[in-house]
Design a protein around this ligand. Structure first.
Ligand code: NAG
Ligand code: NAG
Ligand code: NAG
Ligand code: NAG
Ligand code: NAG
Length: 391
């Protein structure tokens, strides 16, 4: 049909102009945290490359959220839209839980893509290069911080909307090809295991650890398979860090006197084993399924224990927060505790706030994910650069 072909050309033309126009959107927000948020727009890139570009779709939690939570009805606990968030790189808060860019921003950069935009950002309607669905606080289970986050299942439903958009614009065949060329990166699970300790939820009383982990992994499996069914083939995952040793978790039980919360760490161990096993199995069962699993756990632990080896001065306490390890989640002064300390140089720190990392370590981790070798056990069987290259 002529109309379809013309429409397709139009998209490509509009896409090319997108790269040459420096567009700045200033979005007025009904924000409970602070006002004056803006999102950086795509940098200039060759339009020709865009036509065959590998789109990048992101799912998960605050490790990857670049601002979706700015646009939902949530609490300040799940928002990072106030100073000093963003102070290092963007010079304004974007919604990222860091002083600067996240792992996904660096990977997009390495892949020659512009910064991938949050799905909920008003006015943004081009999905050819991918989009970011991640939401701080989100888990694979619906109950996790329910009402304050976009859970994984809802993120998947947004992906379906993007799929319809692609079909409408490109036609079914090209849409499916685009989806199979894309890379899908997930960071999910941390909040499912931390939320029971941070809220008064009784959910862990009702299930054994292994059943609970099975529920998390089961929900993740469903989402992976749905994306696979719609053409997705190239998947990236990070395993979970030692959540019990995050500054914000170490202080949850005063009787622990600041040591790691063992109950969470044992859930993490089970989860990481189950995740490896799941992916290994999916690769066997699903034709063409390729994945990259990053060992975030050991990479973070090494930097916490040997900060100076990696160019940091402090591996345990956060740059921004209050109290022991700056573990009180007060960074920004908009949450329950209003006073907070802020370090002079975030580059000296592994942890940015009570639960999140600095841009400096995110860049190190992204580089490992991008070009690490499977021999080093950091990432495998593929690394992210391979996922972006292969067809
Ligand atoms: C947002 O959430 C609060 C508290 O949960 C509720 O009182 C309010 O009505 C919600 N607002 C909207 C627009 O949904
Ligand atoms: C995931 O878990 C919840 C229970 O927490 C369930 O209600 C939901 O439908 C599950 N499935 C998916 C795909 O998220
Ligand atoms: C949990 O419950 C206790 C006692 O009922 C209460 O003091 C505390 O504030 C609650 N914590 C949260 C995070 O809701
Ligand atoms: C756990 O089980 C109890 C008793 O059946 C129930 O009242 C409670 O709501 C359950 N908690 C969660 C979080 O599912
Ligand atoms: C608690 O930790 C501090 C600092 O690590 C230590 O000096 C103190 O002896 C500990 N107290 C107890 C009761 O273990």
């Amino acid at each position: 049909m002529i109309n379809e072909a013309m429409e397709k050309n139009l998209i490509m033309a509009r896409l090319s102009s997108l790269f040459f126009i420096s567009l700045f959107l200033h979005v007025a927000l009904i924000a409970t945290c602070c006002i004056g948020i803006s999102q950086q727009q795509p940098k200039k890139h060759a339009a020709a490359a865009a036509a065959m570009a590998v789109p990048f779709f992101l799912f998960g939690d605050s490790f990857l959220d670049v601002g979706n939570n700015n646009y939902i009805n949530t609490s300040t606990l799940d928002r990072a839209n106030c100073w000093p968030y963003g102070e290092t790189y963007f010079k304004f808060p974007t919604g990222r839980f860091s002083d600067g860019r996240l792992v996904s921003d660096f990977i997009a950069e390495n892949a020659n893509l512009p910064l991938i935009q949050p799905f909920l950002q008003p006015g943004f309607r081009e999905y050819i290069l991918g989009v970011n669905f991640a939401s701080a606080g989100a888990g694979a289970l619906t109950e996790t911080f329910q009402g304050f986050v976009i859970d994984l299942k809802t993120q998947l439903s947004y992906y379906y909307k993007v799929e319809s958009w692609l079909r409408q614009k490109l036609g079914n065949d090209d849409a499916k090809m685009t989806m199979s060329r894309a890379v899908y990166l997930f960071s999910i699970g941390s909040n499912d295991y931390m939320s029971p300790f941070l809220t008064n939820s009784t959910i862990l009383h009702n299930y054994s650890d292994s059943i609970y982990v099975g529920m998390v992994i089961g929900n993740l499996t469903t989402v992976i398979k749905e994306i696979y069914t719609r053409g997705g083939r190239k998947f990236g995952f990070i395993n979970l860090p030692d959540l019990g040793c995050l500054p914000g978790m170490k202080i949850t039980k005063s009787e622990n006197n600041g040591s790691c919360l063992e109950e969470v760490t044992s859930l993490v161990t089970l989860h990481n084993k189950a995740l490896s096993k799941l992916l290994f199995g999916l690769e066997k069962r699903l034709k063409g399924f390729k994945y990259s699993l990053f060992d975030f756990n050991s990479n973070l632990r090494q930097r916490m224990h040997h900060p100076s080896k990696y160019g940091f001065k402090e591996g345990e306490a956060a740059c921004c927060g209050t109290g022991q390890y700056r573990g009180v989640f007060s960074c920004g002064g908009k949450r329950r505790v209003k006073e907070f300390q802020l370090c002079k140089n975030p580059n000296d720190y592994v942890f940015w706030d009570s639960f999140h990392l600095t841009e400096k370590i995110y860049k190190q981790l992204a580089d490992q994910m991008w070009s690490g070798t499977s021999n080093s056990h950091d990432v495998g069987p593929y690394n992210m650069s391979q996922l972006f290259r292969i067809h």
